[in-house]
Each structure stands twice: as C-alpha cells, then as structure tokens.
Design a protein around this ligand. Structure first.
Ligand SMILES: *Cc1c(COP(=O)(O)O)cnc(C)c1O
Length: 480
C-alpha cells in the first residue's frame, strides 16, 4: 500500500510546479497579455471568421500534455480572435464593460491563495472584504446601515436572488400565484423574466406598465392599475423598475415608483445592472434619484465599474428577508457557529463555495481610489451626448436624449425600406469590425444602439464611429 501511495504522489507531482516552471509559465502568460494590451487600441472590436474557434476541438482533453506556447496559440487563434472583443474601447454594443487589469491581479491573488469566502469562520478577512464592499455600495445607493447584499457572478443571478427574496418576503404560496400580480416595464431586462420563471412565479399575472415617449415606465398609470387589481380581489406584490434599461438606457421614475410601492405595500426591486454605478458622478444624481426607495437593487461592477466579467451585486435593505430565503445550517458546518461576527455570503445566496469575488473589486478601488471611476463614468455620459448631437449632423434620426450613456438612432434612406437599410448598415459595420454597435427593435423599427460604457472608449472612438457610419451609409446608398 505504501508503495502504491508513493507512486501516486510521484505521478501527481506536476500539479505543483517548481519555481523555475512557475517563472516559465508566468513569463509566457505575462508576455501574451502584454502583447494583447499593447495592441488593444488598434485591435478590432468584432472579428467575423469562418471557423469560429472550432480548432479547439482538434486538441481534445487527453492524457497528453501540451506546452504553454501551444496552449497560448490555441487560445489566441480560437478564443481571443473570433467574435466580439469586449476589452476593446470600440465595443459600443450591448452594455460593454472592459476589464481593468488591476482586477486581473486581484483574481490572480485570489486564485493562488484560494481563500474561502463563503463562510466567515473559514475566511474571516475575505468575508469582511466582501461585506465592506457591499456596505460601500449600499452607502452610495443611499440604503441605510444594516442593509446587506451579495457579490454575484453577474446581474442575472443578482436579479434572481432579489426576486426570490421578494417572493418569500411577501409569503407567496403556490396556491396564491394565479391571483398575484407583478408589474414590469416593457423594457425590463429579460433576466427579470427569467428570474420570475426560475423562481417558480410564472403563474403570476404580469402587467406591463406602459411607457412614455422616453421609454420610461408611466408611474401615473401604475397606481390606478394596482388599485384596480386590488379591487378585483387580486394580490399585487412586486414592481420591478430599471435604473437604465439595456435597450434604450432609460431610467424609470424611481422616486415615484418607490412612493407608490410604499403606499400600496409592494416589494420594489430595481434592476440597476447597467446604470446604478452612475450614481458616482454628479451628472447622474438627479436622474437616479429614488434608488434608495427600493427594497432591493442590482448593480454590476462588470459593467459600471469596468471589471472583467464575473462581478454583479445585489443589495437588500431588510437583512432578515435575504437571510430568510437563503440561510441554512447543515450539521457538517456546526464548527462555524461560534464564529459569526459577520454575515456569511453562504447565508445570503444560493452559493456555498464560490469565487472570492471581493478581491477583484477591492484591489482596483484601493489602488486607484474613486476619482478615475467617477471621471470615466461621467466621460461616458458626455460621449453619449456628443454622439447624440453629431449623429444627427450626418443625417441620422435619433431617439430620446440619453438619460445615461445609450443612444438610439437610425438612418432614413432616400429610397427603399428603412428597416432593411438599417439592418444592412449594422451588418456592414460588423464586417468592418473596427467598432461594434448593435441593433434592436423599438416599436417595430429596427433601431441602432450606441452604448458607451467601456473604459477604453474615448472621444476618438466616437469620432471613428461617426466616420464609419457616414462612410457605410454612403456606400449603401451608392449600391442602392
Ligand atoms: C446586463 C444587464 C443585466 C444582466 O446582467 P448580467 O451581468 O449580464 O447577467 C440585467 N439587467 C440589465 C439592465 C442589464 O444591462
């Protein structure tokens, strides 16, 4: 038996690289990422390829190791080349993020030391770090002390945790669902629809509150609708608003909705995955007023704080409600009972063992301070306003003046179908690839979107975008 054990130990040896091997691997990875970053301002934002990374399958997972050069080549060709380049400042579609390098160093530290951030007993410092970040977020939103939250993988999971917490806070039982009403705006993010379904709430009545001309929920319609529903014997219990919709960047009238939710005893959940962090800049204070009136709110550091993907957050004002849905004490964790100075993430989310997400957020905030984050967010607001003006000068029709940093616009060609033209235009821009914009459908119209939120997006990116739009329109009109 001893021989067997020793033999296995020898075979497992490569899992622990020696210093020379560590240096070798690290220097190769560093060289690769240095090269990536040196070229990032000239790299395309979108690359169309035939193969779409299929070459990965030519190197299956097997008994045979490959060396780091081969591995990096596989990554470069199959992963980092095709498709969207979210690290590029030219990423102006969807809701961009970017991926500040400081965060990667935080991830590197977290991965090597592998602290356990799920339970306070195991990783007291790691848990304190995460709780401290959540306290800071609660403070900037205007939530009272004692609010709690969870660092999630992203906004979708944060929405899910918020919705199921609301469900239990209102003590919704299966037999009540068909009479229970949820109020959403038509522009609510689809992750909220998913959360409703995953949370077992799809039998609820969903009322889509109509929007005004700026795609914001009409609060004045909300209250009479709730009252009529109550009159009809239904159970209104949840309203979800957005602090910045993905599609048009609209901020719902949060204060008004919050007041109605309070009066009518509804849980008020805000999806601020895109917009909530704009509260850091003066320019957005007014439009974001009322976030503090919600019961729960989602914010995405991998959007609004430019972190690499994998960082969302949920905040809940009433800590007991988040605990009621997520707390559990299994027998095998009984040793943790004497060490409970702080709430543990495992008691506040579906996760137990999890990525130590705090460090990737704490390190950049500490190394840089808040000023550059505030400036970068405010720069995006002004870039959107600049684009809004300039794109009209080159003949585009625009949607509403941007609430935050999303602009909707489309081109009306001299002849032919407007939708078809704009669809072709967005395809042309994807083919070109220097920048990336996306399209959406608003009131049956194919509409182009520009979302400025990547930290590498600057004035020259927007000027380049305008130039490309102008040039492609000219090309398509000539081809017509
Ligand atoms: C991006 C986004 C989400 C989803 O967040 P993920 O981090 O992608 O899971 C939810 N709501 C809004 C408004 C968003 O912009």
């Amino acid at each position: 038996m001893l021989n067997k054990i020793k033999e296995l130990e020898k075979l497992a040896r490569p899992l622990e690289p020696l210093p020379a091997e560590r240096d070798h691997l690290f220097s190769k990875v560093k060289k690769y990422t240095d090269n990536f970053l040196e070229k990032i301002y000239d790299s395309p934002a979108f690359v169309t390829t035939e193969d779409k990374g299929i070459g990965l399958y030519d190197s299956p997972i097997s008994e045979t190791p490959i060396d780091i050069d081969q591995a990096l080549n596989l990554i470069e060709y199959n992963v980092d080349r095709p498709g969207l380049n979210p690290a590029s400042g030219g990423h102006l579609g969807y809701i961009p993020g970017g991926g500040i390098p400081h965060s990667a160093y935080g991830d590197f530290l977290a991965a090597i030391t592998n602290r356990y951030s799920g339970v306070f007993f195991a990783g007291p410092g790691a848990v304190r770090m995460e709780n401290m970040l959540l306290d800071w977020m609660a403070e900037i939103i205007g939530y009272p002390k004692g609010s709690v939250g969870n660092l999630t993988s992203g906004g979708s999971v944060a929405n899910l945790i918020g919705i199921v917490t609301a469900r239990d806070a209102h003590n919704l039982k299966a037999k009540d669902l068909e009479k229970s009403v949820i109020y959403l705006s038509e522009q609510v993010h689809h992750s909220v629809d998913k959360a409703i379904r995953i949370g077992g709430l799809k039998e609820c009545i969903i009322r889509y509150v109509p929007l005004d001309k700026r795609y914001r929920m009409q609060a004045e319609v909300l209250e009479p609708t709730i009252l009529a529903d109550k009159q009809a014997g239904l159970n209104p219990w949840l309203v979800v608003a957005s602090a910045g919709t993905t599609d048009t960047g609209a901020v719902d009238p949060l204060k008004e909705i919050g007041d109605i939710a309070e009066r009518q005893d509804l849980w008020f959940h805000i999806d601020g995955a895109y917009g909530a962090f704009f509260i850091l800049c003066d320019e957005a204070q007014e439009i974001l007023q009322g976030m503090e009136t919600s019961d729960s709110i989602v914010m995405d550091p991998h959007k609004g704080l430019f972190l690499p993907y994998g960082s969302g957050a949920l905040l809940v004002k009433d800590r007991q409600k988040l605990l009621d849905t997520h707390y559990y004490m299994p027998n095998y964790l009984q040793d943790t009972l004497n060490s409970r100075d702080e709430l543990s993430p495992a008691d506040l989310s579906p996760e137990l063992t999890k990525h130590f997400r705090g460090l990737r957020l704490w390190l950049p905030l500490k190394l840089l301070g808040l000023a550059p984050f505030r400036a970068c967010l405010e720069e995006k607001i002004w870039l959107a306003r600049y684009f809004y003006e300039k794109v009209q000068e080159i003949g585009f029709e625009v949607g509403p003046y941007p609430d935050l940093s999303v602009v909707t616009y489309r081109y009306i060609p001299k002849h032919g179908d407007v939708n078809e033209f704009n669809q072709k235009l967005v395809q042309e821009i994807h083919k070109d690839g220097r920048i990336f914009i996306s399209s959406t459908i608003i009131d049956d119209n194919i509409t182009l979107r520009l979302a400025a939120l990547a930290f590498r997006t600057h004035l020259n990116t927007i000027d380049l975008t305008l130039e490309i739009l102008k040039e492609r329109v000219k090309f398509l009109e000539r081809a017509d």
